[in-house]
Write a protein that binds this ligand. Structure first.
Ligand code: SAH
Ligand code: SF4
Ligand code: F3S
Length: 436
């Protein structure tokens, strides 16, 4: 029997996983276990994993192998536990348990079993456990928290593994979301991010009442205490005019929409099963900018998808130039098991993928520098989050999600401040407190 007194959780992947790790941590904490400073010092290590790209998985497998000869309890949670549920325990005998995205509340049950039985445990149910809606995790930050509003994904983009790791879409009840939102407001939280693979689908599965994502925003905006509401991700095929109006009308809802195009070529978009065209996407961007002139727009882009020609890539490049994104995550395609696209040849050579990636990145940075230059002299409201990495300046974000650093006393952390933008570097605006 291995004694467990301390634990460590290493989190990979998206904000959904960060939140899931907070749910795990809260339960281990109430069991009386102590959080260790590093993997080395822990009796129990949980790797909360991501499967979205090949590299993400390779990183995890490399990391866990460092502990194969240690007398520690090793658990794999998250998306790899789901997508490799049939092989992980067989292939890696030193893994003690796998815990899927629907079984987060079973962690203590697993640890109890491991204390008495010398077996590997597999808890990776396909069915969503509704009791998690009433489990409010302790968050890592005292200021910003995420709330899950819709689980799973129904879209089956041809490249994407997420529908296989997170199951089908299920909207969380309005009452449990409002309850958690109020709970966090009472604890002094200032910013909440509403999470879903596609928040625009929220409520479409309710049969008893009509209550969609924009309705949820109007309800949450009424709750005192929280200063800012963010949300992600918005699938371009589903963004509604009501949502655009909610962003405009509601003072807490941030003017930032993560609106991933993935590719600017209609041929590739069709193969990706994204269900919109370049033209319909641009129409929505234009409408969004008409309704919310100050909106910042973010994107994800995949380059090197099967059959992406230089011309297709130029379509993406030109669309990027036209939209002038405020944030962008650009990824090289990697085939994922079980997906439709994995049946097609991953034919674009690595050096071409790399070249396209670099071209887009330099365009992105050029655009940012041009934008930042035009912001100099502006006054922006910043939610002060913490000391910057240099431990001297304060760091925060604007409603449009721009990172701002400025000089000020630490007691400003947690407050909203007006900052005058004076200069900028790579991806950061630099300013000073605006005089009243
Ligand atoms: N639900 C979100 C995306 C979640 S996955 C949405 O629809 O926008 C995050 C990002 O990872 C995706 O937007 C996509 O750009 C990227 N991604 C997903 N699968 C990928 C793959 N097989 N190869 C490379 N990037 C991928
Ligand atoms: Fe993946 Fe597409 Fe669902 Fe996003 S919408 S999680 S990219 S399948
Ligand atoms: Fe998130 Fe990665 Fe899973 S992006 S949903 S942790 S596959």
């Amino acid at each position: 029997m291995k004694v467990i007194k301390t634990f460590f959780i290493r989190t990979y992947g998206c904000q959904m996983n960060e939140l899931d790790s907070e749910i795990l941590l809260t339960q281990l904490d109430s069991r009386g276990l102590k959080l260790a400073k590093s993997e080395q010092e822990a009796d129990l290590i949980i790797f909360n994993t991501c499967s979205v790209r090949d590299l993400a998985e390779k990183k995890v497998l490399g990391k866990i192998s460092e502990f194969k000869n240690d007398n520690k309890i090793i658990g794999i949670a998250g998306c790899m536990a789901m997508s490799l549920k049939d092989t992980l325990l067989k292939d890696y005998k030193y893994i003690d348990f796998i815990l899927g995205t629907n079984d987060l509340l079973k962690i203590n049950e697993i640890l109890d079993d491991l204390q008495t039985k010398n077996i590997q445990i597999n808890k990776t149910s396909e069915n969503y456990d509704i009791s998690i809606d009433n489990f409010f995790a302790k968050r890592n930050s005292p200021l910003k928290a995420s709330i899950s509003i819709i689980r799973g994904c129904n879209n089956f983009c041809s490249y994407c593994i997420v529908p296989f790791t997170r199951g089908r879409e299920i909207s969380r009840s309005k009452n449990s979301i409002i309850k958690e939102f109020k709970y966090l407001a009472n604890l002094g939280y200032k910013e909440i991010t509403l999470l879903g693979q596609n928040v625009n689908s929220y409520g479409k599965d309710f049969t008893d009442e009509k209550f969609l994502f924009s309705d949820l925003l109007y309800e949450l905006n009424k709750i005192d205490g929280i200063e800012r509401i963010r949300f992600m991700t918005s699938h371009p095929k589903d963004i509604s005019i009501e949502l655009m109006h909610a962003i405009k009308d509601l003072e807490k809802v941030c003017e930032f929409v993560h609106f991933p195009i993935q590719s600017g070529s209609n041929k590739i978009l069709k193969k990706m099963n994204r269900k919109y065209t370049r033209e319909s996407y641009l129409e929505k961007v234009n409408l969004l900018r008409q309704v919310v002139p100050n909106v910042a727009i973010g994107t994800d882009i995949i380059i090197g998808f099967p059959e992406e020609t230089e011309e297709d890539f130029q379509d993406t490049f030109n669309l990027f130039k036209e939209v002038k994104y405020d944030t962008a995550f650009i990824f090289a395609y990697s085939p994922r098991r079980g997906t439709l696209a994995s049946k097609w040849k991953d034919e674009i050579p690595k050096d071409i993928k790399n070249k396209r990636l670099q071209e887009l990145l330099s365009l992105y940075h050029e655009i940012l520098q041009e934008k930042y230059r035009s912001y100099v002299g502006d006054i922006r409201q910043v939610l002060v989050e913490r000391l910057n990495k240099d431990q001297k300046m304060l760091k925060g974000r604007t409603k449009r999600f721009e990172k701002v650093i400025f000089e000020g006393k630490e007691n400003l952390i947690g407050s909203l401040q007006n900052v005058k933008i004076e200069s900028f570097n790579h991806q950061t605006l630099i300013g000073s407190l605006a005089k009243d």
